[in-house]
Ligand binder design. Structure first.
Ligand code: SF4
Length: 371
């Protein structure tokens, strides 16, 4: 623990943890959100459903996750079913949710649980964190929600609630260790899963980022930021550095039959294991067009589409120039494609491919004038 965090803990009066837990749990009993992966208050959740939802919810909204959650459970009702699925099927079912390393880890984790762990998720934090794709937050969520262990998952919502309850003015990300410790001091001795979900719900529906609804908050009499009238300004944040810009070229080859050449990306790295149209590496500057054309996947009359495709990833922005070519249905090309992790897929069948959003944008851009 840093000296600053220790100092903050030593000098601030402790939060009224028992009163906060009591008020928050009473509010949760009457006002909790009904979510498909949720058990009723007082009941622990199914570990498979809790784990699946928590992986999907990483960096993703509840609204976006719900249809994917239902689709996964319908297709793979148990962890053993998911473990037996093919990697391609899992990646395709995940397409559109983003952050695709989660899907690879999800599949690897299902195989570990169904195999070495005999179908049972572990209940202890340390064992949970050994599973692929399960970090400290997800481990704490599974331990508390599915097994009622004393653990506190701390995400942005919980950080915000705690920063306001304790009126922590240290900016994020420096305040993270302090907020985590404070959140852990609030965890009650029982109903841990309900308490964790109550904190999530309060952050999502009442203690919202810009305009917290303090007047209807069950913790309003216990909240320091509300008393100091600074709730909406917390948590403070250090200014973010601007995302760097990268550039690349994508090649959309269309056959006479209306098929598009797709390629499987390597398993590791950004968008690993996903499908793409063949593209160059992404670099700091644009490749000159002549140089880019030397990297085209097949011979043909490649011509540039007007404009470019812009996409924003977490850590950088990407600009893609798009070239298109119409090519003959040549059996040699099909053979070549198979050897290069490529295949031809009809444009009407693209919906079921594990194409990330950026590649769907590229294809839409390339086909815009052929609608
Ligand atoms: Fe958040 Fe306001 Fe409730 Fe404090 S009183 S926890 S700032 S909603």
């Amino acid at each position: 623990m840093s000296t600053a965090v220790q100092l903050a803990r030593d000098t601030a009066p402790p939060l009224a943890a028992a009163a906060i837990a009591k008020a928050l749990l009473a509010w949760y009993d009457r006002a909790h959100r009904d979510l498909p992966w949720r058990a009723a208050p007082g009941v622990t959740g199914d570990p498979y459903g809790v784990w699946l939802s928590e992986i999907m919810l990483q960096q993703t909204t509840v609204k976006a996750v719900i249809p994917y959650y239902y689709a996964f459970l319908k297709r793979w009702p148990k962890v053993q079913d998911l473990a037996q699925a093919s990697r391609d099927d899992v990646m395709s079912a995940w397409a559109g949710l983003g952050y695709y390393s989660r899907a690879r880890n999800l599949h690897d984790c299902a195989k570990t649980v169904a195999g070495a762990l005999d179908g049972n998720f572990p209940s202890e934090l340390a064992a949970l964190q050994k599973l692929p794709g399960v970090g400290p937050y997800t481990a704490a969520a599974i331990a508390s929600i599915a097994f009622d262990k004393r653990a506190m998952p701390v995400d942005g919502n919980v950080e915000r609630v705690v920063a306001r309850l304790a009126s922590v003015e240290t900016p994020l990300p420096a305040a993270k260790p302090e907020l985590k410790l404070l959140a852990e001091t609030l965890t009650p001795k029982s109903r841990n899963g309900d308490f964790a979900q109550a904190m999530m719900d309060l952050g999502a529906t009442v203690c919202t980022p810009r305009r917290p609804s303090c007047m209807i908050c069950p913790l309003k009499d216990l909240c320091r930021a509300r008393k100091e009238d600074i709730a909406a300004t917390l948590p403070r944040r250090s200014p973010k550095p601007e995302r760097p810009l990268r550039h690349g070229v994508a090649f959309v080859a269309i056959s006479e039959r209306g098929e598009i050449l797709l390629r499987l990306r390597p398993d590791k790295g950004l968008l690993g294991g996903m499908i793409e149209v063949p593209s160059t590496d992404w670099s700091e500057t644009w490749l000159p067009a002549e140089e880019a054309l030397r990297l085209a996947p097949v011979k043909g009359r490649w011509f540039p589409m007007p404009g470019a495709v812009a996409h924003t990833f977490t850590h950088f922005r990407l600009g893609l120039m798009v070239f298109r070519a119409h090519v003959r249905n040549d059996p040699a090309l099909t053979l070549w494609a198979r050897q290069k992790d490529c295949r031809w897929v009809h444009r009407d069948a693209l919906a079921s491919e594990a194409l990330p959003s950026v590649m769907r944008k590229v294809i839409a851009h390339a086909l815009d004038d052929l609608k």
